[in-house]
Design a protein around this ligand. Sequence first.
Ligand code: ASP
Length: 341
Amino acid sequence: MTRILLIYTGGTIGMFQNPQTGALENFDFNNVLIHIPELRQFNLHLDSTTFEPPIDSSDMDPEQWSKLVRIISDNYEQYDGFVVLHGTDTMAFTASALSFMLEGLSKPVVLTGSQVPIGTLRTDGKENLITAIEIASSKHADGSPMVPEVCILFHDKLIRGNRATKTSADQFDAFKSFNYPLLARAAVEIEYNEEFILPYNPHAVLKPHFNMDTHMVIFSLFPGIQSSLVEKMLDTPELKGIILRSFGSGNAPQKKWLADALTRATQSGKVIVNITQCTGGSVVMQRYETGIQLLSTGVISGYDSTVEASITKLMFLFGEGLTPEEVRKKMNENLAGEITL
Ligand code: ASP
């Protein structure tokens, strides 16, 4: 029998309205089959474990990610797939982080959540949970998993975890993938786009990673950006990595102070990764003068990466103890399907 482990970290999905007080309270996922009897219709073995206490995903951090990696790696052999219930706010960061921390993954890790608590009538949580479990347990005829990677199931979309972005604070259709096709669409049937799913490797051995380095910043350019503030930030000695959100295809104002500050930072061993502020498309620094100037400062391309994937990739690579040169090299490699080269 297929075995699925449900990991409840917190977030709206796990809440119900206390009939006495009207307040939203956390639901006991250890009793998930009592609360959602529909799950019994699956012919599978379902266990659950809960973060104690459950957390709003705004409080997610690398310590919680490594807790998730520990739960998945400790239970890896006993289960065919994992469903992680998570608040929507930072779900794309967690999915991206897990895609790097779970090296050699060859089983499904499906994150899901909801906009409306599971214990309320119009919840989207039940449908999301049921579809996530179905995807985590789906196999090919030869018994290999359908989706052997970290992904997010939300509404009708299955998205590679490190390609997802939360795009709506109130729509049920809350996540999008701008630069990579959907892995599946949940309609009457679950329609898998098999050619876009990472291939299953029967010889892969899970190598969990637990360290993330958080000496990073994300900063966005805007017209009129102040030299003194940017220089102070870039000159901060403990800063190791910067995600620079530039204009269009990777362009920045042609100011000498900016080029000088970026050059100083890269020469002192900081890794600066250029990603676009546009929701879709890729950085091509060679396209305009304003991008070529950035290239000459030592800034590297983040290609078509999301903010979530690029920052967690930097955290992961520095967390591995790599030198800035090694980090720069790895940022140019596709580690878990996060960039298109
Ligand atoms: N603030 C909540 C969270 O991200 C929202 C949600 O679950 O959707 O944990």
